[in-house]
Ligand binder design. Structure first.
Ligand code: DUC
Ligand code: ZN
Ligand code: ZN
Length: 471
């Protein structure tokens, strides 16, 4: 067991900045020392990390990833190994991935499958949410069991994807009532999938098969309507905690803000793709190129004000969290499954490596503060999902730390910075005025001097408590 001192840096938390040194004993932060105090106390750490001129922040927590997710006749191209190594390269020290249960299958088996995929294969710590794709008597019982015994305190339901993950309103209400009893959070994919499927069939019948029709058949009204319906159902279930995932549209944000003003336990996240990418600039690229950006909820038109509203929502705390919905597919053979039929393109974008970078650029451009960057990318996702030892630099917390160089520069792209298991980058050509410098997970250096020096298998399963926002 060794000690580490991260010295001379500016420690940035969700609430402020200070000069100080972070003292780590083995896997845990044991003290924050004033500048010069370490020498005065005779602290002689085994490892010293010089963070002069750099920000020292809690390691990123990405609360929404899909490693190895079977989807659309294929599977997400990052394994837990490749995806968590890429995450480490991006300053992420914890992911929360989604274990999957589908109708007619067992929740426990779905969870066991996810444990088998991840165990021993992760470079960083990981936790699970549980997708419940088949709400019935048994899966409702299993939800309670997972909260009580497995450290899984949040459950994702889908109002989209009929025949795959979809739950009807009665099933959603029952799952919410169940969550209300155990204190768990319901996470909602809020899009009206029944109406979307009609629009998709009509578009295809008209010969509208290009990737851009993916967005045009999933209009903002159907995201806003589903968001509203989910909120009303959670109210009927007894103000059960509700977290809307991957919010893309102003109209849906209005629903969340209204619910929050009414005192309901409603939270929401957005993702970098909705803050930066659009229907016109990405999905409408010539030929089949747009397939690279087919994800759900979809990219929206840049001629409305979705992006500026989402940034505003982040500032106002209407959006509490930025996650990635990392769900990568290669262009060759995977996205190409939808050549001639946009509805067969596997849905997803790979971003787990770039969330800290892309959101830091929002600090540079003045959209959010440095503190809000830390809060939305590290501290709040940890607190939201009961990761009690993550997301803060304070004694007793896990020594998960990102040293960030504000004078560095990062070019994103397949032949630039790119470690995800994909044959393209959704972020090709993006440039960041800052750089990941050093990444530390439970006291172990994972990334330093542009080298990955971690080990696959270091990452451990983290059992989660209930959301700290409500308990
Ligand atoms: N959205 C995606 O883009 N991919 C996976 C599942 C989802 O809801
Ligand atoms: Zn979703
Ligand atoms: Zn997702």
């Amino acid at each position: 067991m060794s000690t580490m001192l991260i010295q001379n840096g500016t420690i940035v938390s969700a609430t402020g900045q200070s000069q100080g040194d972070v003292l780590i004993d083995a896997e845990t932060i044991v003290g924050i020392l004033a500048p010069g105090q370490a020498a005065g106390l005779g602290v002689n750490a085994d490892v010293v990390v010089d963070a002069a001129g750099k920000y020292v922040i809690p390691g990123g927590v990405d609360a929404h990833t899909h490693m190895e997710l079977p989807f659309g006749g294929t599977a997400a191209s990052d394994t837990f190994e490749t995806g968590t190594v890429a995450a480490a390269w991006g300053g992420i020290t914890t992911i929360i991935d989604f274990a999957v249960q589908t109708a007619g299958n067992s929740v426990q088996e779905g969870l066991a499958t996810w444990h088998a995929k991840a165990a021993g294969n992760c470079a960083i710590d990981y936790a699970f949410h549980q997708i419940v794709g088949g709400v019935d008597e048994q899966s409702l019982k299993d939800m309670t069991y997972l909260v009580d015994h497995e450290g899984i305190t949040s459950f994702k339901l889908f109002m989209a994807y009929p025949g795959v993950f979809y739950s009807d309103d009665g099933q959603i209400l029952r799952a919410m009532q169940n969550a209300g009893e155990s204190g768990a959070m319901i996470m909602m994919h809020a899009e009206n999938g029944i109406a979307i499927d009609v629009l998709v069939a009509q578009a295809l019948a008209r010969g509208e098969t290009d990737p851009m029709y993916h967005s045009l058949t999933r209009p903002v009204e159907l995201e806003a309507e589903a968001t509203h319906r989910a909120i009303e159902l959670s109210k009927v279930a007894g103000n059960v905690p509700l977290y809307i995932v991957h919010m893309s549209a102003s109209e849906a944000l209005v629903e969340v803000a209204a619910a929050q003003h009414a005192g309901l336990n409603v939270f929401a996240e957005t993702c970098p793709q909705y803050l930066y990418l659009s229907l016109e600039d990405q999905l409408m690229q010539p030929g089949f190129e747009g397939a690279k950006w087919v994800c759900s909820t979809p990219l929206r038109t840049k001629h409305a004000h979705h992006q500026s509203d989402l940034w505003k929502g982040l500032r106002m705390n209407e959006l509490a969290v930025v996650s990635t919905d990392h769900c990568p597919f290669c262009y060759k053979d995977q996205k190409e499954l939808g050549l001639g039929n946009f509805s067969a393109i596997p849905n997803g974008i790979g971003s787990v490596e770039h969330r800290m970078e892309l959101l830091y650029q929002g600090v540079v451009t003045g959209e959010i503060t440095l503190e809000r960057w830390v809060e939305t990318c590290s501290t709040t996702p940890a607190r939201m999902f009961g990761l009690d030892k993550k997301g803060q630099i304070a004694p007793g917390f896990d020594a998960d730390i990102l040293v960030w160089d504000p004078n560095g520069h990062t070019k994103l792209g397949l032949n630039d910075k790119h470690h995800m298991n994909m044959d393209h980058s959704a972020w090709e050509g993006f440039e960041i005025d800052g750089k990941v410098d050093t990444v530390i997970s439970r006291g172990k250096v994972l990334v330093q001097n542009d080298q990955f020096v971690g080990t696959v298998g270091h990452g451990q399963y983290v059992r989660r408590g209930l959301s700290q926002y409500l308990h």
